[in-house]
Design a protein around this ligand. Structure first.
Ligand SMILES: NC(=O)C1=CN([C@@H]2O[C@H](COP(=O)(O)OP(=O)(O)OC[C@H]3O[C@@H](n4cnc5c(N)ncnc54)[C@H](OP(=O)(O)O)[C@@H]3O)[C@@H](O)[C@H]2O)C=CC1
Ligand SMILES: CC(C)(CO)C(=O)C(=O)O
Length: 347
């Protein structure tokens, strides 16, 4: 099988490295960062953090792509999908599979662009941070990465031979399961990103800082609840993620009578990830456009479509877009002010 890892950044460096290990298939790590590509070819892909390993890989820039790939792992940020797909079209056939492992719910758009038959979806259950050319950090405990790295699935939830084949390939990286409810799986991961990555971004802090502050953590669970409301109103059946049934855990009663219980659960569930900083926050720090439109913005869009109010997500998207426009990084105490006001109005 000839595999393209499209976007060998934080995640792609690690995934591409483990797929290349043992040379079981031909794998190209493809990235626009020439310095990174050169370092990968010269010294291999170095994984630091919860594992320490260097694996020889083949890396190229998009301009050096050639021939046809059987499998493309889409690991660029969704923000760049339009330009990535224009290039990619030249290197896929009718039989090629494009597996998006991006956060958010890009599958529908990809199927419209590339044809439903070519697209398989997936969700990544570990974290990674690009450190420098050739080096990426695994930020999830190694045992948990080996046990639960991916959930993948066909858009219609069927278990097909190709999904089983993809599972076997991804098992070379970390534990992979086939989801029979891909949209539910993607929305369940979306809920975590909306609540925790959204707040980590808008407050400019770690997950731990969010959990430790009453206004920030209350905002996080309100964001999660809006995700459940908007998702369920559009027919999403939420699933479990890392063993947590998200619909049961994060549902806030209309009269808010269980709010403090939900906050306690959020603190317990996310405490092991206290050191994480959202990749969207890292985008703001690099003065880049973040994936906010595809994360919290997805909830706002579904809320509009279904007539579900999403005031916390509206406010968060507004503040993150403002930071993008101003090329600034949110300051914790400043961002707390409007969220405190919204909580006083709504709770
Ligand atoms: N990092 C994480 O912990 C997790 C990330 N995800 C999701 O996975 C996806 C990838 O995230 P992440 O690995 O963090 O992203 P990164 O930005 O670290 O990696 C993407 C890489 O793609 C490169 N790139 C940009 N444009 C192109 C292009 N046209 N062709 C080829 N390469 C290109 C970027 O180069 P340059 O930087 O120079 O632009 C970068 O090296 C996102 O959707 C994210 O939400 C999901 C779970 C966890
Ligand atoms: C940090 C992590 C892994 C949270 O689940 C993530 O998905 C992100 O911020 O993009």
């Amino acid at each position: 099988m000839r595999i393209a890892v499209m976007g060998a950044g934080s995640l792609g460096t690690i995934i591409g490295a483990y797929l290349s290990k043992g040379k079981k298939q031909a794998v190209d790590l493809i990235d626009v960062n020439q310095e990174h590509v050169d370092a990968l070819n010269k010294s291999g892909a170095t994984i630091v953090g919860t594992v320490e390993e260097t694996i020889p890989v083949t890396a190229i820039t998009p301009a050096e792509m050639n021939g046809v790939y059987d499998l493309v792992l889409l690991l660029t940020k969704q923000v760049y999908n339009d330009q990535v797909l224009v290039n990619l079209r030249q290197y896929i056939s009718e039989e090629s599979i494009v597996l998006s492992l991006q956060n958010g719910v890009p599958e529908e758009g990809l199927a419209a662009e590339l044809g439903e038959k070519r697209v398989v979806g997936g969700s990544v259950e570990f974290g990674a941070t690009w450190i420098k050319p050739g080096v990426s950090e695994l930020t999830t405990a190694a045992e948990s990465f080996k046990a639960n790295a991916f959930q993948i699935g066909e858009l219609d939830g069927s278990i097909t031979e190709r999904a089983e084949k993809l599972r076997d390939v991804l098992n070379l990286v970390g534990g992979t399961e086939i989801s029979t409810n891909l949209i539910g799986t993607k929305w369940s991961k979306l809920l975590v990103n909306v609540a925790m990555s959204g707040t980590s971004t808008v407050f400019g802090c770690t997950y731990g800082d969010v959990l430790a502050n009453d206004t920030a953590v209350t905002s996080a669970v309100m964001l999660a609840d809006e995700t459940l409301e908007a998702g369920q109103a559009s027919g999403v059946e939420f699933t479990s993620i890392a063993g947590i049934d998200v619909a049961k855990t994060f549902k806030i009663n209309k009269d808010k009578s269980n709010l403090s219980e939900v906050i306690s659960m959020a603190r317990k569930v996310f405490e092991p990830q206290a050191l994480l900083r959202a990749s969207m926050l890292q985008d703001l720090e690099k003065h880049r456009k973040s994936e906010i439109d595809y994360i919290n913005g997805e909830v706002v869009a579904k809320g509009k479509e279904t007539g579900t109010p999403t005031p916390f997500n509206d406010l968060l998207v507004h503040w993150v877009r403002k930071a993008e426009d101003e090329k600034s990084v949110p300051v914790f105490e400043e961002s707390l002010v409007p969220f405190k006001q919204l909580i006083e109005k709504n709770i």
